[in-house]
Ligand binder design. Structure first.
Ligand code: FAD
Length: 117
């Protein structure tokens, strides 16, 4: 919907964020597949699952931001359903686990940095 609207309106400034969001969604999917493959093999996959939560929620938020930018003022009109996606994808950065805590987890347990809190 956002891509079609951006093409139709020929709003070039919105194309780069949409392309970036697309790539980040693809990257999150690769990490999701890695976590799922480990899980299916009965191997530990907690780190990968935590990282994919971060990557997917950031990608979703980025996509919603791109949609909001593309739709301009119409983005906040409920008829276009962009404001709902914008609000919901923002929540994914906080729940079910805050992305700040994912960063703290990766920094401490994967990279061996001191506990941050
Ligand atoms: C719809 C929904 C579903 C949820 N589902 C689950 C679930 O299934 N399982 C579960 O366990 N919890 C769940 N939660 C709770 C969720 O994990 C917390 O809302 C989230 O961790 C933020 O905690 P808080 O709301 O207490 O806010 P606060 O802890 O007050 O956080 C406020 C802000 O400070 C940041 N922050 C807090 N502590 C730190 C820190 N140490 N370092 C850096 N930044 C920090 C947070 O990222 C946030 O931006 C859910 C919440 C919602 C809204």
């Amino acid at each position: 919907m956002t891509t079609a609207s951006a093409k139709k309106a020929r709003v070039f400034i919105t194309w780069f964020p949409i392309a970036r969001a697309h790539m980040n969604i693809e990257a999150a999917e690769l990490m999701r597949n890695k976590a799922a493959t480990l899980f299916d093999a009965g191997l530990p996959c907690g780190r990968e699952a935590t990282m994919v939560k971060y990557l997917a929620s950031e990608a979703a938020w980025e996509a919603a931001e791109a949609a909001m930018t593309t739709f301009g003022g119409y983005g906040v009109a409920c008829e276009y359903d962009i404001e709902r996606k914008w609000k919901e994808t923002r929540l994914f950065r906080t729940a079910p686990i805050s992305n700040n805590l994912v960063l703290a987890q990766v920094a401490e347990h994967l990279l061996g940095m001191p506990r941050s809190y």
